[in-house]
Design a protein around this ligand. Structure first.
Ligand SMILES: [Cu+2]
Length: 107
């Protein structure tokens, strides 16, 4: 292989990488636009303003299913569910901490 064609191959790989990054971003767009994950309420700590959820995959955080504690953005969100409820929720990561910003009853 000549020096020139090797250079072309390298350029092609770079373009392919960009295309893959672009399509990955597109694939994630609907998930973060919708951004709802499903979960079950395991614990509500009103004093600490925290909620424990056993959740399914959270696409916008690239998080696999698990049980974990979230901070709650607005205390009023904790009135929308009780322990044992199945919910849909939105979560984001702020300053390294996971925070629930929306809670809805599961459909
Ligand atoms: Cu988690």
């Amino acid at each position: 292989m000549s020096r020139a064609s090797r250079c072309h191959v390298r350029a092609g790989v770079a373009v392919l990488g960009l295309l893959m990054a672009a399509s990955a971003a597109l694939a994630q767009a609907p998930a973060s636009a919708d951004g709802l994950a499903t979960g079950e309420v395991r614990r509500i700590d009103r004093e600490a303003r925290k909620i424990t959820l056993r959740h399914g995959e959270i696409a916008n955080l690239a998080m696999p299913p698990m049980t974990m504690v979230f901070q709650v953005a607005d205390p009023a969100l904790m009135d929308r569910a009780k322990v044992g409820d199945r919910v849909q929720f939105r979560a984001d990561k702020v300053d390294g901490a996971y925070r629930v910003t929306e809670i809805l009853p599961a459909p």
